[in-house]
Design a protein around this ligand. Structure first.
Ligand code: AMP
Ligand code: MN
Ligand code: MN
Length: 335
């Protein structure tokens, strides 16, 4: 799927002040793509602000070494201070609920909005969608924007975009990794992304709190549906007792599908504001985005998420029930 970048080129031609944002609980693809997009727009002489609804997880602080790029809506900047922004560029999301506290601001935003994304699920965000659902990461699409709009991949931009692609491919292990992925990575390494340094910064900066949370979570891993489902829960108390922060739960869901025989892995995380976030991961094709959609969430086929309003035990039961049924239906249709 190729993207026609003309709508973005036209906006660059006709506007000066851009606002870039991404999804709540931003991951490497979200933040790395922002580094890339901000770099591209600045090379085009644009005034760019990057404002997110969530704080930057410490793990990704290296993407903004002098803390001059990422601003936080509500904390550093309110809607009033963004009144001069002419164009809104939204990265790595296509759903209202992924905008968090910025949803109202985005709804009211008077100027044009563009979404650059690769998610299957899609709401009508009143935006021009520059989308390729076959892309492994939004970062890949930003690399293509550099090619098509004529930008230079600087070491800083290449570091952001390599982080984006690395995180959404599980460090080049998931089935969305292909030869073209690796060619893109090679181009980013040529441009100055230091793959060993990025790996160290992403995976070897664990805090004691995160490692303890990992241990706690793994010690409570359960299976269901004759070992086809593996799931774990993280409560607010778990965070307090281990000294972890909410962002420390990123990637822990991967352990659930690392178990032999597991088709669907689930991680349930109690949210500070109430409700339970569930992350879904599948192996061998069960549609996580479809399952998450039933609970108001979305994502990709192999990785999706949703937030349920119910307490933990009910959330677990509701989702387990839906996954068991989906596995049974899947089993019948493929039998
Ligand atoms: P997570 O489980 O949060 O790592 O999310 C897995 C994938 O699903 C990511 O690509 C998310 O952007 C996407 N996702 C998570 N929650 C939602 C949601 N409520 N609505 C739409 N997409 C989501
Ligand atoms: Mn993302
Ligand atoms: Mn992504």
């Amino acid at each position: 799927m190729s993207i026609d970048w003309t709508p973005l080129a036209d906006l660059i031609e006709t506007h000066d002040r851009f606002l870039v944002t991404t999804h709540v609980r931003p991951d490497g693809d979200a933040l790395g793509s922002e580094v890339g997009m901000a770099g591209l727009l600045r090379q085009k002489g644009k005034d760019v602000r990057v404002v997110n609804s969530s704080m930057t997880p410490p793990r990704y602080a290296f993407l903004d070494p002098d803390r001059s790029l990422f601003e936080h809506f509500g904390a550093d900047v309110g809607p009033g201070a963004l009144g001069d922004r002419e164009v809104l560029v939204i990265l790595d999301l296509s759903a209202w609920n992924q905008l968090g506290d910025m949803a109202g601001f985005v709804r009211e935003f008077p100027g044009p909005r563009v979404v650059v994304d690769h998610h299957v699920s899609q709401d009508d965000l009143g935006a021009t969608f520059l989308k390729d659902t076959t892309a492994e990461a939004t970062g890949t699409l930003v690399v293509r924007a550099f090619h098509d709009l004529g930008g230079t991949l600087t070491p800083e931009v290449a570091t952001g975009l390599l982080t984006a692609i690395a995180m959404d491919t599980g460090w080049f292990r998931h089935p969305n990794t292909n030869a073209q992925t690796l060619r893109t990575v090679a181009e980013l390494v040529d441009a100055g992304a230091e793959i060993d340094r990025i790996y160290r910064l992403l995976f070897e900066q664990n805090t004691l709190g995160r490692l303890k949370l990992m241990g706690e979570t793994l010690s409570r891993l359960r299976t269901d549906a004759c070992g086809r489902i593996a799931y774990a829960t993280i409560s607010r108390d778990d965070l307090a007792s281990t000294g972890a922060i909410p962002q420390d739960s990123e990637d822990l869901v991967d352990f659930t599908v690392s178990m032999s025989g597991v088709k669907v892995g689930l991680l349930f995380i109690e949210q500070a504001r109430g409700g339970v976030k569930v992350s879904l991961r599948s192996r061998d094709g069960l549609d996580c985005a479809g399952l998450a959609g039933r609970f108001g969430g979305g994502g990709h086929r192999a990785a999706a998420g949703a937030t349920l309003p119910d307490p933990m035990s009910e959330s677990v039961e509701r989702v387990l029930d839906a996954v068991r049924k989906a596995l049974d239906e899947d089993g019948r249709s493929t039998a």
